[in-house]
Design a protein around this ligand. Sequence first.
Ligand code: ADP
Ligand code: MG
Length: 324
Amino acid sequence: MHEFELIRKFFSRPSDDSSISVGVGDDGAVVVPADGRELVVVMDTLVAAVHFPTGLAPADLGYRSVAVNLSDIAAMSATPRWMTLALTLTNADEEWVGGFANGLYDAAEKYGLRLIGGDTTSGPTTTVTVQIIGDIVAGTATTRAGASAGDLIFVSGTIGDAVAGLALLQADAGKPYPLMSGQQEYLRRRFCRPDARVGLGMRLAGIATAAIDVSDGLFADLHKLLQASRVGGVIEVMQLPLSEELLAVMTYDEAIESALAGGDDYELCFTAAAADHDVVQRIASECRVAVSCVGTVAEGNALKCTRNGKEFDYRHTGYLHFAV
Ligand code: ADP
Ligand code: MG
């Protein structure tokens, strides 16, 4: 099956979205942004063996490649609208591509996102690049840069799960599809099908002073937010939201390490004025997402951790491509 047949068969599902004047099939897509709204553009690439184990189920890869981008859209408080897909495949295995497309469309349909174009090539390594274009009322996007000393630091959901899920997947690589316990299955799913916090992110526009999604580990990502805002901060590690499932497979100390260092959870980390604490909690409960206050923004430029109020030494840079 060649490139154009693949596109026609798997990536041309019809859509009746009136914001799309020209979709898949022409040289370019044409979309119509609504009056008074700005576009927010994000892109993330997943490379086999770097970002996901080669044995990952194709449907999970399809879902995950959309979810990791939705998480960036959520961090900006934008509404996801349109998506493009650049796919490099080592061979045109129809069953694999069909599974991948199903996972991709599952995520797209769940979040109201339309596939409007892309590129399909063969190459030495399976590589998936998704671009999402979102929109938002002009001037209201949340950035990394607005935190100030005294703001509270919040995290959605639970963190540290995905890295544990990935370890379980890797431990089972090459074996027949593993029969996992409920807890292991939960952790595995946290890696394969992360929940993008799109609804929460949209509601935080104008409330969050700064936001970032947690893709490289809370410590590293919060540090980036604080640097962009030119402030420092403190994380109280006993406030980190840890799932029961994570605590079932590791000790409390290991779970803290996993939460601070483990990437791939795609939760939101954001700051808000202390006076907005209750507003944040109300929004979180309306969005049915747990939100935990894990620390405070401070003067300076250092990010420190405490454990029960006492200094807790922790240094980690997160995952760096090309780091030696
Ligand atoms: P061109 O010859 O102009 O470079 P392509 O052959 O790359 O066009 O793509 C043909 C059409 O199919 C374009 O509309 C493109 O956006 C779309 N397309 C290609 N690959 C994908 C894909 N993986 N998913 C969705 N649309 C795709
Ligand atoms: Mg062309």
